[in-house]
Ligand binder design. Sequence first.
Ligand code: IPE
Ligand code: IPE
Ligand code: MG
Length: 255
Amino acid sequence: MPQGPNSTREIPETGSIPKHIAIIMDGNGRWAQNRYLPRIAGHKQGVETVRGVIKSCIERNIPYLTLFAFSSENWRRPTDEVTSLMQLFLGALEQEITKLHENGICFKVIGDLSKFESKIIEFIQIGEQLTAENTRLTFTIAANYGGRWDIMQAMRKMMAQSTNLPLNFEEENLAQYLSMSYAPEPDLFIRTGGECRVSNFLLWQLAYTELYFTNTLWPDFDEHELELAIQSYQQRERRFGRTSEQIQMGRSAKG
Ligand code: IPE
Ligand code: IPE
Ligand code: MG
């Protein structure tokens, strides 16, 4: 009987805590505009929200948190917003790397880093090296990231590194080259800001992720909002293709 990919063979129990939460942090601009502030003020406030969410994940023993900070399409924004966002990113890296390390957090960045200025790349490398052995929380920032880019770069790496690749290669052959191969696939996807779309985020990895959309703008997304998202996740029955009856039987068989 065909089994499908490994990642969807094991079904997490209903009511369990998500191991990996991936978030599209959206609504910073509207938060600022609602207050007659420049959009960058919303982005700055958004960084505060990031701190709170990291803290909450640690308190809840959630081992993986991934945040979409800048998409491969966000370069299309006005130049001054892109410049301000880069400054904010650099400033946050400068300020936070040591703190992340002190808190036992493993820091990673996924995305096409070649487009960033050298200082940003340097800080990312320093941060990743410094925190590589930490295990309390793996905190990933997706920057200049696109889900299609990820699949394409994985494909290119796979083809470059495998001399005898069979034409009928398997998902596993490719998956190891994806930029998040170090993490389990997200259990819970959250998008703030009211839009119900994936915007080229982790396309491959979201195949069986539970989706949660909220109108709350990212700067307003606090511990309570995160709790609501987790509660919603905990009420869902994940089936990965099976029937509800099969899932229930499996549970009662386990005792
Ligand atoms: C998300 O907030 C942050 C980034 C995309 C960098 P937005 O800037 O998209 O905020 P809205 O959607 O315009 O309110
Ligand atoms: C998605 O937000 C990307 C990030 C949060 C970094 P956008 O606000 O750019 O998404 P779209 O373009 O409206 O879908
Ligand atoms: Mg937006």
